[in-house]
Write a protein that binds this ligand. Structure first.
Ligand code: PMP
Length: 429
């Protein structure tokens, strides 16, 4: 694999863009080496500026569930752009998308559109605090909800450790009301609520954790969260930015049958253009300006091109067998990857929920952030680079999901498994 053009661009990028990238994980720090620059995508493949072709399992970090450059999506963007690109005034498309979202997610009686998952989470937290008239929030170790000050809190020591920021530039006061607990541990939630319950505005959780690798909820975990939060009148927020429309059309709340008070969406809801959304119970959403006292706004919110792209995506996803096929392909792929590891004697722990997959390089059972950290990142880096060399583009970090799209074919899956068989042998060596 030759990458002279990528290498040249990388040198220039670092001159003008901090770290050469507009979002840190793209810099390959998690696996070493230099990133490749992508020129275009078609279906399940991306092509770099040097003409190398890769089967893509990053899919822009999840939004492209239909694959790259789907004709219906390109048409929707083209048609919408003919009418103008932004008005900052109400448009018909916003109403259509809001109706579609609330139809697919019955827990979202009303929904507000924003531009990213970060914005959705930030706004949902503010609204929950304004609604509940309480300040404290609960989040879980290893769950990511965007780079919101109060949510950028690393694992604390001890079950009810109050927040320590995960980034410089965040005043301690912004996180002093953030309680961080271990994922999948209901006892710690019980304990925190026993002490602070009447001061806690909301509990936010990725119902399937997708930002520390993929970690499914233990049986009863989400139900338990529903029960405890109801008891203390805490607003339960499911962050379905990643899982929404992916693990099922109606997200994790449909898959596991648990109804949150609020939901945040992103990624697929914009089909590859910048859209986020937050919504929930009518009484909570009506607290939002202009009907209520919680302020939230956006110059480009509900942008007509982005909304058209979202509508076109949801229409295709709503048509029946999409998730069934994704499930089958993902099952075949994960089975093949596990066999490849086993044959080479590489110890892995595999997780999958629908078309979100992960291979942890550890012998431990991964159920939370601590056990996820037991994964051998050096082995992941060897695996990643050997897959890349063989034309398979995985996330450049152990702590991310691999995604499938409807454009992935059986041939892609078989090629990926063959590449993994070779890559796993390199790990052993
Ligand atoms: N929540 C979750 C669960 C996410 O996975 C992400 C992004 N990976 C975000 C929020 C933030 O979304 P964005 O990057 O669009 O701001």
């Amino acid at each position: 694999m030759k990458t002279p053009k990528s290498r040249k661009l990388w040198r220039i990028a670092k001159e003008y863009i901090p770290g050469g990238v507009n979002s840190p994980v793209r810099a390959f720090k998690g696996v070493g080496g230099d990133p490749v620059f992508i020129k275009m995508g078609r279906g399940s493949h991306i092509y770099d500026v040097d003409g190398n072709r890769y089967i893509d399992y990053v899919l822009s970090w999840g939004p492209l569930i239909l694959g790259h450059a789907h004709p219906a999506i390109l048409k929707a963007i083209k048609d919408a752009s003919r009418l103008g690109t932004s008005f900052g005034a109400p448009t018909e498309g916003e109403v259509e998308l809001a109706k579609m979202i609330t139809g697919i997610y019955p827990s979202m009686e009303k929904v507000r559109l924003v531009n990213s998952g970060t914005e959705a989470a930030m706004s949902a937290i503010r609204l929950a605090r304004g609604f509940a008239n309480r300040n404290k929030i609960i989040k879980f170790e290893g769950c990511y909800h965007g780079h919101v000050d109060s949510l950028l809190v690393q694992a604390g020591s001890g079950a009810t450790t109050l927040g320590v920021p995960d980034s410089s530039g965040i005043p301690i006061d912004s996180v002093k009301d953030t309680i961080t607990l271990p994922f999948n541990d209901l006892d710690s939630v019980h304990a925190a609520c026993k002490t602070h319950g009447r001061d806690i505005a909301c509990l936010i959780v990725e119902p399937v954790a997708g930002n520390m690798g993929v970690i499914p909820p233990k049986q009863g975990f989400l139900e338990g969260l529903r029960e405890i939060t109801a008891r203390y009148n805490i607003v339960l927020i499911f962050d379905e930015v990643m899982t929404g429309f992916r693990v099922a059309l109606g997200g994790a709340q449909e898959l596991y049958g648990v109804k949150p008070d609020m939901t945040t969406l992103g990624k697929i809801v914009g089909g590859g253009l910048p859209v986020g959304a937050f919504g929930g119970r009518r009484d909570i959403m009506e607290k939002l300006a202009p009907t209520g006292t919680v302020y939230q706004a956006g110059t480009l919110s509900g942008n007509p091109l982005a909304v058209a792209c979202g509508i076109a995506t949801l229409k295709i996803l709503s048509k029946g067998n999409v998730h069934k096929r994704l499930e089958k392909m993902s099952r075949d792929l994960s089975r093949g990857l596990k066999e490849a590891a086993d044959k080479s004697g590489v110890k892995v722990f595999q997780t999958r929920v629908g078309s979100m997959l992960c291979l942890f390089f550890t012998e431990k059972k991964v159920v939370d952030y601590k056990t996820a950290l037991s994964s051998d990142r050096t082995k992941y880096a060897v695996y990643f680079h050997n897959m890349l060399k063989r034309g398979v583009y995985l996330a450049p970090s152990q702590f991310e999901a691999a995604f499938l799209s409807t454009a992935h074919s059986e041939d892609d899956i078989n090629k990926t498994i063959r590449a993994a068989q070779e890559a796993m042998r390199k790990i052993k060596a």
